[in-house]
Design a binder for this molecule. Structure first.
Ligand SMILES: [Zn+2]
Length: 380
């Protein structure tokens, strides 16, 4: 299921357009909210479905984490219940990761065969191989699945990064051969190479040689500065086919998104907006807002004037601060509704700026408001 990106407008290397899947169309650039265990934390699927920014941008793709779903409830259980879409009651697009990112964070024993790890749920031993990652994601049935890759931490010495590129390429080839559900499920290859531009280029060429349905850039925003991240990203993008989607994994802070779009990235995911929401931090056009601050005790303002989210339409800062201070569970829901709506609005603005040829002005504006906020956090 090769995904073809139809570009409708470009501004420099940035592009906006549509990609066609077996399920339908996805508008790009796209931000994909993370639904780690089959649910976007603090929200129900019908709440996610109703999200819409004032310019009509909606959540088109949700991300599920294979590591968690293969352990709880198990990929076979999800398959028996009709696949992940039906399981969680979501008719939109789904993308699953390979499980590798979580497994590698558990310090597994890695061999050519795969990665041996212990479940964080019950301590049982598991071996995740490139083939098992594919089969598991076929059972889950997302529209897009990812190959199992090796993500080296940063900083790492060049030989460690080269070894990760080599093993990622070998595993990618095995994943490609194992992929059978090709009629309705796209498989993306992943570019590694750390923060070394030559390695990023090499990894991208080796991945493209295997001919995937789309391409992801992994292993960035893992602690390096944005100044190191962007050249490594550009080196990878230079080798990727222009007519296929490019997905920057786990990066979702506003500055990194708009800068990556300017380099030609189409797809993003990040837990940052939902995680910040659960900690009472709101994304607004003026920057981050910590709602629990005393100054909001008697505030009758909405979180953000003009925001069409259910939280801003109905409630005032004074009440929302109260819910946050008393740790009311509904606060997490209300703040997540707002932060995801804000992310959709950001993406809508980026699409409009590309079409109008004004992306550099938007980059300057976002850079000014969000200066000092680091690249996104990947884990959930
Ligand atoms: Zn809002």
């Amino acid at each position: 299921m090769k995904l073809n990106l139809e570009v409708t407008a470009a501004d420099g290397k940035a592009r906006t357009g549509t990609m066609q899947t077996a399920r339908g169309e996805i508008q790009t650039p796209v931000f994909m909210p993370v639904g780690t265990r089959g649910s976007v934390r603090a929200l129900t699927t019908h709440e996610v479905e109703r999200l819409e920014s004032s310019d009509g941008t909606t959540p088109e793709v949700l991300l599920g984490n294979t590591y968690h779903l293969m352990l709880r409830p198990g990929a076979e259980v999800v398959a028996e219940l009709g696949g992940l879409h039906r399981f969680m009651g979501w008719d939109g697009h789904l993308l699953t990761d390979s499980g590798g990112y979580q497994v590698f964070s558990l310090d597994p024993k890695v061999t050519d065969e795969g990665a041996k790890f212990r479940s964080t749920y019950d301590g049982t031993a598991h071996l995740l191989t490139p083939e098992l990652a594919v089969v598991t994601q076929e059972l889950l049935g997302a529209d897009i699945q990812m190959v199992l890759d090796v993500c080296a931490p940063l900083p790492s010495p060049p030989e460690v990064l080269q070894a990760a590129v080599d093993r990622t390429a070998q595993w990618a080839e095995r994943a490609r051969s194992a992929h059978e559900r090709t009629h309705d499920q796209a498989l993306f290859g992943i570019v590694q190479g750390g923060d070394i531009e030559d390695l990023r280029g090499q990894s991208a060429r080796r991945t493209v040689e295997l001919d995937f349905d789309g391409y992801a850039i992994g292993g960035l925003s893992v602690g390096e500065s944005r100044e190191r991240m962007l050249p490594a990203l550009a080196a990878a993008l230079a080798e990727l086919p222009a007519n296929q989607p490019r997905y920057l994994m786990g990066v979702g802070d506003p500055v990194s998104i708009v800068e990556a779009v300017a380099l030609g990235v189409d797809m993003f995911d990040c837990v940052m907006p939902t995680r910040l929401a659960r900690h009472g931090t709101l994304l607004t056009d003026a920057g981050r807002l910590n709602i629990s601050r005393a100054e909001f005790t008697r505030s009758t303002e909405p979180l953000e004037v003009g925001c069409p989210c259910p939280t801003c339409v109905r409630y005032e800062r004074g009440y929302l601060r109260h819910l946050s201070v008393i740790d009311e569970p509904a606060a997490a829901t209300l703040f997540t509704l707002h932060n995801l709506t804000w992310m959709l609005a950001l993406v809508g603005k980026i699409r409009a700026a590309i079409t109008a040829g004004t992306l550099s002005a938007l980059r300057a504006e976002i850079g000014e408001v969000w200066a000092g906020s680091g690249p996104g956090i990947h884990k959930s």
